[in-house]
Design a binder for this molecule. Structure first.
Ligand SMILES: NC(=O)c1ccc[n+]([C@@H]2O[C@H](COP(=O)([O-])OP(=O)(O)OC[C@H]3O[C@@H](n4cnc5c(N)ncnc54)[C@H](O)[C@@H]3O)[C@@H](O)[C@H]2O)c1
Length: 341
């Protein structure tokens, strides 16, 4: 039987989740929910499904039918609005796939994760960048020991985003993705040290951007890997969106642009292994990371996995926000900070 789902929040991203559920053979999209009448009307009419203007109304009408929801709200630092609908849906016994960042408020993030645990419900976050075939191959190289003992990790993620919701918008809204990739390969982060700057902006309050739009973050992982993140909201992602490099005692890999190209450089040989995205049946573009991530969420819910087995879980979403808050504290207090959790 198809899993019954609904999408909360009808911006660009809710309108990406909804059609994926429409197309997927294992899900039935019951409807869309948005507090903005015109937005929900448009999405529901397009897909021929129901519409609700509050989560309370949605739960009253179809709460007992639904298995799960996508929470695609936004808010402060693109995550401030997730808390209320997520708590309402978890309290109603629904599995939740939330958008990133899990929240711009770390206390709220901790509460949502704790409630999902208390209710024994699956809580996933759309950390979609890690859901690519070459990404999985790189993970396999680490777990099989091909790299030897992991030692170093360099991650770069840069896009152009002129928005200025708060000084911490760049690191909170973008870097759940990059930090999730780093954690995916290197495990738990324990210490953080960060520097930031703001690019020039003619109409900025002091001739600069409000948000700390460039970041250099050093991270020590529990397994002794030393990592570095370079992040920017002042770049052009058409040239290069992201790059992840992990080096171990036996070699290193470089994963370019999520799925474009994965290369293994062995320590003791000049013979490289290069895996390129196939033009015949490979990923067609970044948008497909949504299909892959949501597809995996559906697969795991359908299989009835234990909540602790959910990939890119609420716990993972919380862990990256804890690193982000530690980076903020490091910069504000000019010190190395222990990561909470
Ligand atoms: N995973 C990715 O690659 C990726 C990429 C871009 C954006 N995002 C994330 O997706 C999320 C949504 O982004 P967007 O650009 O679509 O945002 P948006 O602001 O365009 O849309 C959010 C919608 O949520 C609605 N909303 C707010 N509170 C609500 C509530 N309590 N109940 C019902 N509706 C409510 C708003 O009215 C709005 O229409 C953000 O968290 C963003 O960070 C993820």
């Amino acid at each position: 039987m198809a899993l019954k789902t609904a999408v909360i929040g009808c911006g660009g991203i809710g309108n990406t989740h909804g059609p994926i559920y429409m197309r997927h053979p294992d899900t039935e999209l019951l409807g869309y929910c948005d507090i903005q009448e015109d937005r929900v009307e448009k999405s529901a009419t397009r897909d021929g499904v129901r519409k609700w203007t509050s989560v309370a109304q949605m739960l009253e009408e179809v709460g007992t039918e639904l298995d799960m929801v996508s929470v695609c709200t936004a808010g402060g630092d693109n995550g401030g609005d997730h808390y209320k609908p997520t708590m309402e849906c978890l309290n109603a016994g629904l599995h939740v796939l939330g958008e990133k960042p899990i929240s711009n408020n770390i206390e709220h993030a901790r509460e949502m994760v704790a409630l999902a645990k208390e209710k024994n419900l699956c809580y996933g976050i759309n950390l979609n960048h890690r859901f690519t075939p070459p990404g999985a191959k790189a993970k396999e190289w680490i777990t099989s020991g091909k790299l030897g003992t992991p030692l170093l990790c360099n991650m770069t993620m840069w896009i152009g985003n002129p928005n200025e919701t708060s000084p911490w918008f760049h690191i909170r809204a973008l870097h759940p993705h990059s930090l999730d990739i780093m954690r995916y390969y290197c495990g738990k982060a324990v210490k953080v040290q960060a520097f930031f700057n703001r690019s020039p902006k003619a109409d900025g309050p002091d001739g600069k951007r409000v948000c700390w739009s460039n970041a250099q973050v050093n991270i020590l992982f529990e397994n002794d890997v030393v990592g570095h993140l370079t992040g920017s909201y002042d770049a052009n992602p058409s040239h290069n969106l992201e790059r992840c490099e992990v080096m171990g005692t036996e070699g290193r890999f470089v994963l370019d642009n999520c799925f474009e190209e994965l290369t293994f450089y062995p320590r003791h040989s000049m013979e490289l292994t290069v895996i390129k995205n196939s033009i015949m049946g490979g990923m067609s573009g970044f948008g497909q990371t949504f299909d892959k991530r949501i597809g995996r969420w559906i697969e795991q819910i359908k299989a009835g996995v234990d909540r602790t087995e959910i990939e890119a879980s609420g716990e993972d979403g919380l862990a990256v926000q804890e690193i982000i808050e530690a980076a903020k504290t490091s910069w504000e207090e000019n010190r190395v900070v222990d990561v909470a959790g």
